[in-house]
Design a protein around this ligand. Structure first.
Ligand code: SAM
Length: 309
């Protein structure tokens, strides 16, 4: 009896979880971000691996811009929850109407349900150049670990919590993943209604110009303005623009720092974001006995020598 109850609770949780994964990215959010990556797409095979072609604006975007982006191939697979799924591929103008679009898609059945972790989807993954999608948030850790394992280039959407997951933070710290240009807030539900989430970011390992622009800093360090944490040897900064430009030690900054992070200007040391600590996580920051918001711990790479510290 108890077993059955546990089973049902688990099922309900899963259903809830999966339902929460069901929201689609708006075409204008895709256009707004993808315009910065055009040069990367030329002659490349693009894979959208969490994308029902009937719903996905990622698939539509790439299909409709196939020629403009000079793609080599576009592949999409989608998850069909335990039932058989299929793959769509666009390679050329198969109907000879002078353009390449959704009508040139070739449909092939998959053996399984299109789970991105399935053997057949991993085989496709291995054969492609760049993965572009908004994956299920509930499986983000596994998703990013898989991309890392197969050393794929990617441009994907993930929510703000992603930053504190060990799997993704490690990549951010090691400069194997960074934030794109925009954040996204509104998605589309299967019934067409709008769905608002916490801030959601683009994560990528494709190099972008923004990543090489310095944050302009005007503040100078003083002991009074920049107290140290009770539990870690770093000063606290509440706003990215208030990072003192002449401080040599460790600095705790809000997570939004990552939107402006330039690896030539700063080094990421770790984070202060959970109770559990490890090599990269130093525990929640405390200031005068009070727990404050999560922080990224950074260090300035080059201090201007003529400034006081
Ligand atoms: C946040 S939605 C985004 C859908 C689409 N990529 C878009 O941006 O509009 C995530 C999608 O991943 C799908 N999904 C859930 N589990 C999956 C899995 N194991 N493998 C592949 N896709 C999965 C869901 O069905 C859902 O449609």
């Amino acid at each position: 009896m108890l077993e059955r109850k546990t089973y049902l609770t688990k099922n309900l949780k899963n259903a809830k979880k999966n339902k929460n994964d069901e929201y689609y990215t708006k075409i204008n959010d895709i256009e707004k971000e993808l315009k910065y990556y055009k040069k990367y797409f030329e002659n490349k095979i693009i894979y959208c691996n969490c994308d029902n072609p009937k719903e996905s604006n990622f698939f539509k975007y790439f299909a409709l811009n196939f020629k403009h982006l000079k793609l080599k191939k576009l592949i999409t697979t989608h998850y069909n929850g335990g039932k058989n799924s299929y793959k769509l591929e666009i390679v050329e103008d198969i109907n000879n109407d002078g353009k390449i679009d959704l009508n040139d898609a070739i449909k092939t059945p998959l053996q399984g349900d299109g789970d991105f972790r399935s053997e057949e989807c991993i085989e496709i993954l291995k054969s492609v150049d760049i993965v572009v999608t908004n994956p299920p948030f509930s499986l983000f850790r596994e998703y990013i670990a898989q991309l890392d394992k197969y050393q794929k280039e990617f441009l994907i959407i993930g929510n703000i919590n992603t930053i504190s997951y060990n799997e993704s933070f490690k990549l951010i710290k090691e400069n194997k993943m960074w934030l794109g240009y925009n954040s996204v807030r509104h998605f589309i539900r299967p019934d067409g209604s709008s769905y608002e989430t916490a801030r959601t970011f683009w994560y990528t390992n494709l190099d972008i110009k923004k990543r090489h622009e310095n944050i302009v800093l005007n503040k100078l360090y003083s002991k009074k303005d920049y107290p140290k944490y009770d539990n870690y040897d770093a000063i606290n900064v509440n706003k990215v623009t208030e990072i003192p430009r002449n401080y040599k030690g460790f600095i705790g900054v809000p997570i939004t720092f990552l939107e402006k992070y330039n690896p030539n200007q700063f080094e990421i040391i770790g984070k202060m974001s959970t109770t559990k600590t490890d090599d990269y996580n130093f525990g929640y920051p405390f200031l005068n006995g009070k727990k404050i918001y999560a922080r990224i711990v950074i260090k300035t790479k080059k201090i201007e020598s003529n400034k006081r510290n």
